[in-house]
Design a protein. Structure first.
Length: 311
């Protein structure tokens, strides 16, 4: 099986086969030719030759050679990410074809926004796994843009993402009414005082406070602040909610995150208030591509969603 692609900056076309990808990934993961050769059960010189030949064929340098280890270049990092996706897609295709003869089993590739996956996915999987114990799972994490990319590329069949997204391109299921309107929450430690005795606060109380915000919600947060007559004092912009909550727990500022994600840092002593601002509400959806074939595993997973109740 071969993977063919043209790339800007590379003269002519090239053919990248599965064996080459496996060789390259082994070296990337081990950081040494010797260790990778041992893992692949082959001699070191042929493996070194394969890597050198791959670099020459692609016209890029994949590794920086040190005295004791190899470090990926930028091109090498890109090939590692794509190579892992190619191998996973190849594996899932083979398993899906075998599934036709072996009955209901296989691997379901799920892409999830990290915060939503940690809070919701285990509950989704539990009921499904009890019905279909021969199904295994491969999880891919990232922000919504990354999960959409994986869905479009066929690497994952099911995505768990947060609004907003292009609903015209996807079928979707919102898990239940509570998640249809997931408000934002202000999270901080005991060093900050606001909203005493209340479970919610007005956005005005965030004036002049150092805010830790997610890239995805920056525009909405900025608009909400301006409607209240002030500019947000942004301390940090991040694409990882766990890190945002950790920063808030250390007292650096106030994190603004979806309320359903606050429990991602249960070990931290945190205070939080629901922000009384409807324009900031977000929601979680299980999505899959419209007009695209779904494996029987994915179809059963989608059908199982109708019986799901978040606990």
């Amino acid at each position: 099986m071969a993977y063919k692609k043209s790339m800007d900056g590379i003269q002519g076309g090239f053919t990248l086969d599965i064996r080459q990808i496996k060789y390259f990934l082994a070296v990337a993961e081990e950081g040494q030719i010797t260790a990778a050769a041992r893992r692949l059960n082959m001699a070191q010189p042929p493996l070194s030759y394969q890597i050198k030949a791959l670099e020459e064929e692609l016209g890029v340098k994949l590794f920086e050679r040190g005295n004791k280890s190899l470090q990926l270049t930028e091109a090498g990092s890109i090939l590692r990410m794509r190579g892992e996706e190619i191998l996973e897609l190849t594996k899932s295709t083979i398993e899906e074809l075998k599934e036709l003869n072996k009955g209901f089993q296989g691997t379901l590739n799920i892409g999830t926004v990290a915060s939503s996956g940690a809070a919701i996915l285990p509950q989704l999987i539990t009921g499904f796994h009890s019905k279909y114990p021969r199904v295994s799972f491969r999880l891919w994490e990232g922000d919504t843009f990354r999960i959409v990319e994986l869905l479009n590329g066929g690497i994952v069949e099911i995505g768990i993402i947060r609004t907003p997204f292009n609903s015209e391109a996807y079928e979707c299921v919102f898990l239940q009414d509570e998640l249809m309107k997931d408000p934002m929450a202000a999270v901080c430690n005991d060093s900050w005082s606001m909203g005493e005795g209340s479970v919610s606060i007005s956005f005005k109380e965030l004036r002049d406070k150092p805010l830790i915000i997610h890239h995805r919600y920056e525009e909405k947060i900025t608009e909400a602040c301006r409607t209240k007559g002030f500019e947000p004092a942004v301390l940090c912009r991040s694409d990882d909610i766990r890190s945002m909550i950790s920063w808030a727990g250390s007292g650096l500022g106030i994190a603004i995150v979806p309320k359903s994600t606050v429990n991602l840092a249960e070990t931290l002593k945190l205070k939080f208030w629901e922000i009384d601002e409807p324009s900031l509400e977000t929601s979680v959806a299980v999505v899959w591509r419209k007009n695209r074939y779904l494996s029987s595993v994915a179809r059963h997973f989608v059908e199982n969603l109708k019986d799901f109740t978040l606990r």
